[in-house]
Design a protein around this ligand. Structure first.
Ligand code: SF4
Length: 448
């Protein structure tokens, strides 16, 4: 790996930091509202939040998702008014965002601790020079979505499901995004005729029972556009469920307002998949947004991405999943970060994900444990990975290891004999004998 030297933002003194934050966005009329900023900062204090970054913004604007969208931070110059960035680093990051643009909502920015260069919220939003330095690693389209597109914007990989990619616009550009390739093509949204073609395809394929609406982020569409698409899908008898994939509850929860929830409530069953990666993202605003969806009859699942230095430990994933359950959101998947160009610095070895599941399974309720999956390259699909609990399996008996590492025998109610294990192809008797020799004798326990 190339060794890259970065500046140390924490080396800036208090005067500089105060100056940096007293100079907030000045490029649109809206932004003049933000210009009044705290002038003093106690040394060593690491406050985050609206009051720290945007004290001059009245609540009516802060609660307006369109204000946040208009005032996204998209240049390094703007960013440097909130987060200490040295001149050298500014120059480097300017080159990074030419290849991989930046967009951060004021809301998400307000969650960042500006005094911590390794802040897990910052790492998801602020570009890194490693994105271009390690760009040779990875693929542009690792999941082969282009190959599986039956018509522009419609991916049909599995027989009963399709993915509608309606736009490439997102409220925030997450540094680990699988569709980073789309950022270079400018902002686009599918035209009415393109959407009609997708709807025709779904209408003409009776086997499609599940439609996933995605992007970019589909909630960047207007409520009227969304309602049009949802109502047309609901007219198709064989479409049983609709799923919406959106990170708005995490990066701009103000979008989940009454008007949107009213639209969604009319076209159920709709399932909502969102994307929390760290417990600090579970703010009152975010959990209230999930609550509004759930109260509108829209169940919410979470799909985290495993990210180096952000959530790659049991100590982070467990409180994240507990927080999700408290918000009535199901921790559904933990994805291995895809092999995407510009994300290598955020990827972890696969064993990290398996060990997180090992550290959670049995130590907390099963409802809190997501399924760890690798999405295979070239459209091979998702493969769930988990610690190896099955030590051997024969037609008569299994040897199973529990979460405490103890080995149990379990009688297999299988009338057939002579079956060879699929796991290794070795005769089962050899495996069983060798494992039994090392099995920990355990007392029979009741169900926990
Ligand atoms: S919200 Fe999703 S699609 Fe958009 S940038 Fe983030 S990860 Fe990518």
């Amino acid at each position: 790996m190339t060794s890259i030297k970065t500046s140390t933002p924490t080396s800036l003194n208090v005067t500089n930091r105060t100056r940096l934050r007293s100079n907030i966005i000045t490029e649109s009329p809206d932004e003049q509202v933000c210009a009044s900023v705290a002038q003093e900062e106690p040394p060593g204090k690491c406050d985050t939040g609206k009051e720290k970054f945007f004290p001059g913004v009245p609540d009516y604007l802060w609660n307006d998702w369109k204000w946040h969208f208009r005032n996204r931070i998209t240049t390094i110059e703007q960013l440097s008014r909130f987060i200490p960035i040295s001149c050298d680093e500014k120059l480097l990051l300017e080159t990074v965002i030419k290849r991989y643009p930046m967009a951060i909502t004021p809301y998400y920015l307000s969650l960042i601790n500006p005094d911590d260069p390794d802040d897990p919220i910052r790492k998801q939003a602020v570009p890194s020079i490693l994105e271009t330095a390690m760009d040779a690693m990875g693929m542009e389209d690792p999941l082969g979505e282009k190959e599986d597109s039956v018509i522009p914007g419609l991916v049909h990989r599995y027989p009963d499901r399709v993915l509608m990619v309606l736009t490439d616009i997102c409220p925030m550009l997450c540094r680990h995004c699988t569709r980073k390739r789309e950022w270079r093509h400018g902002a686009w949204t599918r035209t009415v005729s393109e959407i009609d073609r997708m709807l025709d395809y779904i209408r003409n394929n009776n086997g499609i029972r599940d439609v996933i609406i995605s992007g970019g982020d589909p909630l960047t569409l207007s409520n009227q556009q969304l309602e049009h698409i949802l109502s047309k899908l609901r007219e198709i008898k064989h479409v049983e469920i609709i799923r919406i994939g959106s990170r708005f509850p995490v990066v701009l929860p103000q979008r989940i307002d009454t008007e949107l929830c009213t639209v969604l409530s009319k076209y159920g069953p709709i399932w909502f998949n969102t994307h929390f990666n760290h417990p600090r993202e579970l703010t009152p605003e975010a959990t209230n947004a999930c609550d509004r969806l759930i109260r509108s009859g829209v169940p919410v699942n979470n799909q985290s991405v495993l990210l180096r230095g952000i959530n790659d430990s049991v100590e982070i994933m467990t409180p994240l999943c507990h927080g999700l359950l408290k918000a009535k959101v199901r921790p559904y998947y933990l994805f291995q970060c895809d092999e995407v160009q510009g994300t290598e610095h955020l990827r972890t070895p696969v064993e990290v994900g398996i060990n997180i599941i090992k550290g959670m399974r049995g130590h907390t309720s099963g409802l809190a444990v997501p399924t760890f999956v690798v999405d295979l390259v070239h459209g091979g699909g998702k493969v769930p990975l988990q610690p190896n609990y099955v030590l051997s399996m024969t037609d008569k008996e299994l040897l199973l290891r529990n979460y405490e590492g103890q080995v149990y025998r379990y009688r297999n109610p299988n009338p057939e004999t002579g079956v060879k294990t699929e796991m290794t192809g070795q005769p089962q008797s050899d495996i069983v004998e060798s494992l039994l020799a090392h099995a920990v004798p355990v007392e029979k326990k009741g169900r926990g």
